[in-house]
Unconditional design. Structure first.
Length: 459
């Protein structure tokens, strides 16, 4: 790397989230190009020359960027609806509206979702998009375009549904795809957009929606397609007690056994929620390396239950955090999930021993990177890794009297983001996005939400 590309960050607390949970009360980070060149105690070495920029980060904590492992961006324009529903009733209430989305709506919603996450410390995001109404435009392309403009690292989980209302599913029939159509469109999306390189900014996963919205054939063929193309697999799993009952009634087995029968357990798979899992299910995930996207706020909003995160971690299951769609987590940012993962899990069987602040931070950083298959590249601050990192201002009224910076970040109010870097490029400065217009996005998302509401009201 040319020395002129270097950025030096000094005088800060650092939580590296490496394998040893190394921390520095007063340390430095050196960025060279798109990589982390050095992390250590004290000031950066004096011999470092031709530094392009120095940042005095006094009063700040530097961490790896947050990694979001489950989301539905399109839901940004249907926030605040069906607020007192469980999952099934919520889906029944909202699918008729979601079935009316089109490309401009999805683009605006993706902009809103990405902007909210990025300004709150997310440097790597994902979107599980599975609603593709007929003649709705290039929805996948619109989402990827929004991510590139915002500047975040991104995984599109190209979803699909082939079980519409006529086949006993919930979505209107015109909002689902055929088996062959879904597979063909998914393959095209992978071939067009997936980048397998170390510093990839865009990746694609194969992601049929859920056991009760897709056929067994789509699940099985989707797994085969993903492995043929060398990409990861994602879906919803074991979210509710009703799903458990559905799988037993239709397939004669629980969700985990059903996923195993269709090729959906493995180190290249991660599933959202995983709330209702028994010891055998957890053992199967651990044995196969199947990952979990834990979404505590959404699970609480939809009264789905408390996932057994301490047991999953103790078994060695990869676990990251997810915002989930903003129709079931209206705040739409990941910092809340650090706090809620810790607090909600302490309501479970393990009580105060369930999670601590550093485990919560690990879930939101390295855990997420592991779930997305990118632990070698991001998720911790180590030389040679990609320069995805955040400077959190802990010198504010909300945090200044909390001595431990990680505790302040996780249990305190949402900390201001002074700077966020992705691939060595700054995307946030003093809480504002640098490469997109937040106010314009707010206006466009409101307009598209109103347009969608008008279309839905015509049905």
């Amino acid at each position: 790397m040319a020395a002129a590309q270097r950025i030096v960050i000094e005088n800060c607390s650092i939580a590296t989230v490496d394998a040893d949970d190394t921390e520095y009360a007063d340390g430095h980070v050196v960025i060279a190009g798109n990589r982390i060149e050095a992390v250590g105690a004290g000031r950066a070495p004096e011999r470092l020359t031709d530094v392009g920029r120095r940042i005095d980060a006094t009063g700040h904590l530097v961490t790896p960027g947050l990694v979001n492992t489950h989301h539905h961006f399109y839901q940004w324009i249907t926030r605040g609806l069906a607020t007192d529903h469980n999952l099934f009733d919520w889906l029944v209430a909202l699918y008729p509206t979601w079935a009316r989305i089109d490309e401009p709506m999805v683009y605006a919603a993706a902009q809103g979702s990405l902007a909210m996450m990025a300004r709150g410390g997310v440097t790597c995001a994902m979107d599980h998009h599975y609603v593709y109404p007929r003649d709705s435009g290039d929805l996948s392309g619109a989402i990827i375009r929004a991510a590139r403009e915002t500047g975040v690292r991104f995984t599109l989980a190209r979803g699909s549904m082939d079980r519409g209302r006529g086949d006993g599913g919930l979505p209107p029939d015109f909002a689902v795809e055929t088996l062959d159509g879904a597979l063909a469109a998914t393959e095209e999306t992978v071939r067009r957009h997936h980048d397998a390189s170390f510093d990839a900014m865009t990746q694609v996963a194969v992601a049929p929606c859920s056991p009760f919205s897709v056929s067994t054939e789509l699940l099985r063929s989707g797994a085969e397609l993903a492995r043929q193309l060398g990409v990861r697999l994602h879906t919803h799993g074991s979210e509710t007690a009703e799903e458990e009952k559905f799988c037993h009634e239709l397939f004669g087995m629980g969700p985990t056994d059903y996923f195993a029968s269709t090729g959906w357990l493995g180190a290249d798979v991660w599933m959202a929620h995983c709330v209702h899992m028994n010891d055998s299910d957890i053992a199967a995930f651990a044995r196969t390396g199947t990952g979990v996207a834990h979404c505590p706020s959404s699970n609480a909003r939809l009264a789905a239950g408390i996932a057994r995160v301490p047991d999953l971690l103790a078994a060695g299951v990869p676990v990251g955090l997810g915002v989930d769609g903003t129709a079931s987590n209206e705040s739409g940012e990941l910092h809340t999930e650090l706090r809620n993962a810790l607090l909600i899990n302490r309501l479970g069987a393990h009580r105060e021993a369930a999670l601590n602040a550093r485990q919560a931070l690990r879930l939101g950083t390295f855990g997420g990177a592991r779930v997305l298959g990118r632990a070698a590249e991001i998720g911790s601050l180590e030389p040679g890794k990609l320069a995805d990192l955040v400077l959190w201002n802990l010198g504010t009224l909300a945090h200044a009297s909390i001595a431990d910076p990680v505790t302040a970040l996780v249990l305190g109010a949402a900390a201001p983001v002074t700077a966020s870097f992705v691939n060595g490029r700054q995307i946030v400065a003093d809480g504002r996005l640098l490469h997109v217009d937040e106010d314009a996005i707010a206006r466009s998302t409101r307009a598209e939400a109103q347009r969608l509401a008008r279309l839905a009201a015509q049905d």
